[in-house]
Design a binder for this molecule. Sequence first.
Ligand SMILES: [Zn+2]
Length: 420
Amino acid sequence: MDPSSSLTLAFAAFLLAGLAVKFWLSTRQVRHVARHRDAVPPAFTGTVSLAAHQKAADYTVAKSRVGLLETAFGAAVLLGWTLLGGVDALNRALVAWLGTGMTQQLALLACFAVISGLLDLPFTLYQTFVVEERFGFNKMTWKLWLADAVKGTAIGALVGLPIAALILWLMGAAGDLWWLWAWAVWMGFNLLLLVIYPTLIAPLFNKFKPLEDETLKARVTALMQRCGFAAKGLFVMDGSKRSAHANAYFTGFGAAKRVVFYDTLLSKLSPAEVDAVLAHELGHFKHKHIVKRIVALFALSLAGFALLGWLASRAWFYTGLGVQPNLAGPNDALALLLFMLAVPVFTYFISPLMARFSRKHEFEADAFAARQTSGSDLGRALLKLYEDNASTLTPDPVFVKFYYSHPPASERLARLGAPA
Ligand SMILES: [Zn+2]
C-alpha cells in the first residue's frame, strides 16, 4: 500500500478506536455513578449528605451525556475537515480569492479557528446555560458571555496571528532546519505567555484585588515564609462573577509569580483550610512540578516540530489526510493545520500516562501540605471543594485511570489519613 493510503487507513482506524474507547469509558462512568447514587459511600456517611451525593451523581451524569454528544459530533467534524475534504475546500476557496502567499495562509488558519469555534458553540452554550444553570453553578449572564466571547476572539487574533505569521515565515525562509527555529520561537512564546497571562490577559476578564483580610494574610504570609516563598502577589479573584465553582491557583514565574484565591473559595473555607489549600499549591512548586511540566512541554514540542519538519515535505502527508497540496504556493499553513488535527487522534491513547503523572503530583502536593499545615484541615477543605463542585465520590475506577488529573476524593482523604 502507498504511504498516502496507509496514513488514511491509520488515521481512520485510530479515530474510530478512540471514539469507541471514549464511548466505552463514558458509559462505564455513567453506569457506575448511577449504581452508587442511592447511598453515600461508608467512608463519607458522617460528612456528606445524601442530597449532596445525589446532586454530584446527577451532575456527573448530565455532564457525561453532553460530553458524549460533543465527542461524537467532534469526531464527525474532524472527519469532515480531513478525509471528507473540508480543509481542502476551504484552502481552494481561499487560494481562488487571495492567491497563494502569507495572507492566504493566515486566512486559512483564521477561518479554520472561527468555523471550529462556531461549530462548538452550541455545546459551550448548552454546558453553561443549561447544565451549569440547572445545578446552580452558572452565574454568567448572556451579556457577560458575549463580552467574554468578543474579548477572547480579539485577544486570540492579537496574540495568535503574529505568532502564526512568524512560524509560517520561518517555515518558508529558514531552510531545512526551520522546525528547530520554529520550536525555539514557540517555546519563547509559551514562556512569554506565562508572564503576560496573569499580569495582562487574566485581568481583562476578572478583577484581581490584593488579599485584604488581615488575619488570613498573616496566616498565609507565615506559611509562605515557612515554606521559603516570598509572600508577595496574593490576590483575590472575583470568580463568583461567572461560576459558583471554587478554586485557588499559583501562576507565573519570576516577578509575575502570584497566588490567586477565588472569592468563592474564601467564602467557603475556614482560614486553616485556606492555608492547607495554599500549602498544596506550594507543594507543586517545592516538588518542581511546574518546572517538570515545562521541561516535558519543551521535549514533546521538540519531537512534534521535528516530526512536522519531516512530514511537511511529503506529499502523502497531505493527500493521506484528504488535502491536495498547492502546487504553485507554500503549503505551510496546511501542514500546521493537518498536524494539529491529526496528532491528538494518535496521542489520545497515551492520555492515561499523562493523567497518572498528574495524579502522582497531586498526591505529592497533598503530602507536602499535610506536613506544612495539617492533613485534617486539607481533608476538610478538599471535601468541601469536591462537594461544592459536585464531583462524584464514586467515579468508575477505569475512567479515573484514563482521565482524572486529580485523584478521587476517597483516595486523597485516605492517604491524608484524615477522618472523612
Ligand atoms: Zn494540585
